[in-house]
Write a protein that binds this ligand. Sequence first.
Ligand code: 5GP
Ligand code: MN
Length: 342
Amino acid sequence: MLHFCQNMQPIDQFYPLLTKPSKVIITMHQKPDGDAMGSTLGLYHFLKALGHDAVVISPTNWADFLDWMPGINTVIDFEKKKDAALARINDADYLFCLDFNTLSRTKNMEAPLANAKGARILIDHHQQPQTEVFAYGVSDTSKSSTCEMVYDLIMASENGAHISLDVATCLYTGLMTDTGSFRFPATTASVHRMIAHFKDLGLDHTVVHSHIFDNSLENRLRFIGYALLNRMEVLYECNTAIMHITKQDLQRFDIKTGDTEGLVNYLLGIKGMKLGAIVIDRDEERKWSFRSKGAFDVNAFARKHFEGGGHVNAAGGRSDENIETTLHTFKEVLKDYYNQLQ
Ligand code: 5GP
Ligand code: MN
C-alpha cells in the first residue's frame, strides 16, 4: 500500500490510530541536532509507553554532546547498520518524519523512506514542506521546535499522562537548543508553560544544559578562538559577518561532528549585525549556515543561492564550489541585498 498522498491529512486524524500497537520507525534530518534527537527520542518514549514497537533511526551519526540522552543507545545509525535499519523501514506500519521538510534532508535514507510501504507522518516546523509525500502531518513554522510539536501531539491526543521524565528530558533538550536557550522570538508563553509542566514532573534542567554546553574538549575552545581571530570577516557596509573554516582547520583541531555547532551565533553577537554566515569545507561539499536578525529571510536566501533552506532566521545550504569560490560567490550575491541589510 503506497501512501503517496496529494493531500496530507491533519495530524489529529492520526490520533485514533495511536491506540493500536503498531510497528513504527521515527527518523529525523541527517546530522541530528538537539531538536531532531530530542523530538524523535521524546516521541519514542511516548510511543513505547502506548505499547508500540518503536525505534529511532538516524540517517547519520550525531554529536557527542547528545550521547547522554535517555534512549540514545537504542538509536540505529543508518550509515553504520544499514541492513538492520532497512529491515525496520520496510516492515514499518508508520514512519514518523521529524524536524525536516523534504525527504532529501535524510541523505541516504531518502529512497528507502520514499519506497516504504507504511504511512509517512510529518511533524515539522521548517518552511515549504513536501506535503505530497506524507499521509498525515503537521507543519507549523511558528513553532519554536519540533519538540514543542511532539508535546502538542501528546496533549491534544489526551495522552498527557504518558509524559514520563524521559519524555520531558528529551523534549526539553530540543526546546532549549532550538530557542537558543529561550531567547529567540518563537519562545512563547506556551513554551514556558510546557517547561513548568516538565519541572512539575521532576525535570533537572541544569543537568541538560551541562550535557549540551559544558561538554567540549579543550581543542574545541582553542578552535573557536582560532576561528574568531583568523577566519572571521566583518562586512560593516552590509551589517554582515562571515566565517570560513578550511579542511586544514578541521584537521588541525581534530574537529568532530557537532564541534562547529553554535559557531555561527557568535557572528550575530557583533553590534549591528543582521546577517551571519559560516561556510565549512566538508569532504562532500561546502556546507553553509546562515543566521539573521529581524526581517532578513535566510530561508529564501539559502534556497535561492545555496540549494538550502530552513527558517526565516536560521537556515543552511551547500555548494560544490571550492571554499574560496563559494566565499566569493556569497560576497557577489550579497551586493543585491545591500538595501535589505541596512
Ligand atoms: P544549521 O545552520 O544549524 O545547520 O541549520 C539551520 C536550520 O536550517 C536548521 O533548522 C536546519 O534543519 C536547516 N537546514 C540546514 N541545512 C539545510 C539544507 O541544506 N536544506 C534545508 N532545507 N534546510 C537546512
Ligand atoms: Mn528544529
